[in-house]
Design a protein around this ligand. Structure first.
Ligand code: PDD
Length: 285
């Protein structure tokens, strides 16, 4: 596959960065993952805006406008169109390569800009009987207090994901010290109770997910389902009729097992099917 690195296109296997890059040494960078199905992107501009906000939040110089980012990513996808029909784009901007390892932000260092594409699966069928079901464990969220920044420093997320994975589950559902739901280790979370779709508010404890945003906007525009953004306790999660996790790669994935127990009646819910249909009808840019 063809990758982009600091203005140059080259095979991914040949792309090289310095070990003094601060992305490598400190996880000092911002990233995005954006899906393209048959060349059509989902949430591209919101992803770019979140990336620009993230760069500003950690004072990394942004070298391109939103439109320039869009052109770059669309072009990279076009160059890789022979790889697969559906591609994810990974884009990563680190603070750059310093001449020494030193914690302070260096001056006069250009950010490292790297992007590559990788094949992603077809969207899941909008069918309760056929969709892939997820199982999760729950565990206390022990990451940092700036989870709204899409940092490349993902060790906290990786440790939590591994807790789920090593116990034979697909993901880990996280809750704070007050027993309130935050998100998954690589996804946002929603519950359904008595037909109402509920998700935690957007604050420093969660990533402002683009899939989450598209779902909320499309459900509100449709109007047939009631939607709430509010604090969600783990008691509510354990008594929910449905549990979903959302991300650019998972779209809306139904979770039917939590900590070895069935969620609701243990089957994929009707509200999932309705919401996923609405999302599917409106998701493309
Ligand atoms: N993960 N929360 C966390 C901690 C995430 O890592 C992600 C995305 C999300 C969902 O955000 P979005 O809908 O914008 O993809 C929520 C990406 C896909 C990843 O790290 O691979």
């Amino acid at each position: 596959s063809i990758s982009y690195l600091n203005g140059e296109y080259q095979p991914l296997s040949e792309a090289r960065i310095s070990p003094l890059d601060r992305g490598f040494l400190f996880g000092d960078g911002i990233y995005e993952v954006i899906p393209y199905y048959n060349g059509k992107s989902v949430g591209l501009m919101p992803h770019i805006e979140r990336m620009i906000n993230g760069l500003a939040a950690i004072e990394i110089k942004c070298t391109k406008t939103a439109d320039e980012w869009k052109a770059l990513l669309d072009d990279l996808v076009a160059r890789n169109s022979d790889l697969a029909a559906n591609l994810g784009v990974y884009v990563h901007i680190s603070r750059g390569t310093d001449v020494k390892r030193y914690h302070a932000y260096p001056e006069n260092v250009e950010p490292t800009v790297f992007a590559f594409t990788f094949p992603i699966k077809d969207p899941e069928p909008v069918d309760r009987a056929k969709v892939t079901q997820y199982s999760m464990i729950s565990t206390e969220d022990l990451r940092w207090q700036r989870c709204h920044i899409k940092s490349t420093a993902l060790l906290g997320n990786v440790i939590h994901f591994q807790e789920g994975y090593s116990s034979g589950n697909d993901e880990a559902l996280l809750y704070n010290a007050d027993g309130e739901l935050t998100e998954g280790s690589s996804c946002n979370a929603f519950i359904v109770k008595d037909g109402v779709v509920i998700t935690p508010i957007q604050d420093n404890q969660i990533l402002p997910g683009i899939t989450r945003r598209i779902i909320l906007d499309s459900l509100r525009a449709d109007g047939s389902l009631k939607v709430e953004e509010r604090v969600v306790t783990m008691d509510e999660v354990r008594n929910a009729d449905e549990l979903w996790i959302t991300s650019s790669s998972k779209e809306i994935a139904p979770v039917t097992q939590l900590d070895g127990k069935p969620v609701g009646n243990g089957e994929v819910g009707e509200v999932w099917e309705k919401a996923f249909q609405i999302y599917t009808d409106t998701k493309y840019d």
